[in-house]
Design a protein around this ligand. Sequence first.
Ligand SMILES: Cc1cc2nc3c(=O)[nH]c(=O)nc-3n(C[C@H](O)[C@H](O)[C@H](O)COP(=O)(O)OP(=O)(O)OC[C@H]3O[C@@H](n4cnc5c(N)ncnc54)[C@H](O)[C@@H]3O)c2cc1C
Length: 435
Amino acid sequence: MSSSTYDVVVVGAGFAGVTAARELHRRGRRVVIVEARDRIGGRTWTEDTWGRPLEMGGTWVHWVQPHVWAEMTRYGIGAVSSPTPVQAYWLADGRRHAGTADDLMALIDKGMRGTTSEALTYFPTPYQPLAADVPADVDGVSIRTRIEQLELSPEEFDLVEGMWATNFNGATDVGAYTQGLRWCALAGGSWQLMFEACATYKVEGGTGRLVQAMFEDSRADLRLDTIVAAIRHNQEGIVVELTDGTRLEAAHVVVTTPLNALGAIEFEPALSVVKQAAAADGQASSGVKVWARIAGEYEPFVALAPSTSPLTLAQVEHVGDGETLVVMFGSNASLLDGTDRQATQDALAQWIPDVQVIATASHDWVADPLSRETWPMLRTHQLTGALEELQRPEGRVVLAGSDYANGWMGFIDGAIESGMRAARIVSGHAREDLS
Ligand SMILES: Cc1cc2nc3c(=O)[nH]c(=O)nc-3n(C[C@H](O)[C@H](O)[C@H](O)COP(=O)(O)OP(=O)(O)OC[C@H]3O[C@@H](n4cnc5c(N)ncnc54)[C@H](O)[C@@H]3O)c2cc1C
């Protein structure tokens, strides 16, 4: 059995882990990143498929997301825009509809305003969600219950439910209304700006370029294909046990595994009861992201459907050479295998009956044991019942990651924010958290 000693072991080489490693290196710490996959990036993964960078996970960024935008500025990486949708298709009230993107935006406006009108009431300073005066019963309301309170027409209801099923990438009766409010508060209370922040601007050259630049700056040791099995800690320090029997010794450990994958690591002493319960319940996201090349050059479109459909949202990402590249989301991964061309064509046909899918690409993040979720979205009661405890270090163990962020939880921005906080805590520079 071999053993190595570091100041800090960082578990996971996603944006949170790479950020924490870089910040700790800047403070003179000797850091190793231990990553179970054969690559860095975690839930961001730029694949070179079909001759262009395809984002299998996290993609869109925006200047209202200050942490990721600052990193792009730091490394001189720009943003490129997705095509602006002109056409729209929607499935609502049991029927297929077509119109312009503006028609669709007008149809969802009442419901989106209704579901977000309390954003700045509850979250006037959205990077301080724990300081917000949110009653536990409000945090117990699901986004679906909130939609039901709005007296929408059946068509409006289906569309707004589909929008939120897409935003949560999960079931609307599980996702917390407060999570939706937090997103919108971060966009200044505007649902339109929130929508733009979610799906308009991409990292030029791919997210892989950004995470690689950050990693190179970290100068950390990196062990790929290395799975952490157990973390044992006491007053003196930490022992991180790998599945191959290797032991790493360190003064601190930063654990960036997604909440839904946290239960796979044994902790001694055990994590607090609240942390364990949150890990067992998991985040609300349980959906799928699918890319498809379809035959023909379509005018850029956006398409929307309620969560009873295997796909809730589709939008065009590129048109040329007789084909259209479409990115799609479904809120229940068990309803669609995104690697199945025929199944994807059948699902897309709900909007475009004669569509011809040439090929698809997808990764099942929910089945993936290293994530078990897509983008982190809190369930009801988790903001008031679990977030503060999830952020609380246990001795020398600090959880970090988008799953534990104050601001853009569910985004790359949240991962970077949380990685920065973890590095500050480990460095002993923790102050009352004003970020
Ligand atoms: C399909 C999809 C679409 C998304 N779209 C967007 C978007 O458009 N914009 C946006 O900003 N965000 C988006 N996100 C969210 C964003 O990608 C994540 O919030 C962010 O990348 C999470 O970073 P992280 O470092 O917190 O976690 P991760 O990236 O999950 O990193 C954690 C790392 O820990 C590793 N790990 C887990 N267990 C172990 C173990 N036992 N031992 C060693 N290593 C382990 C994992 O392999 C992983 O690399 C999307 C995510 C998905 C999945």
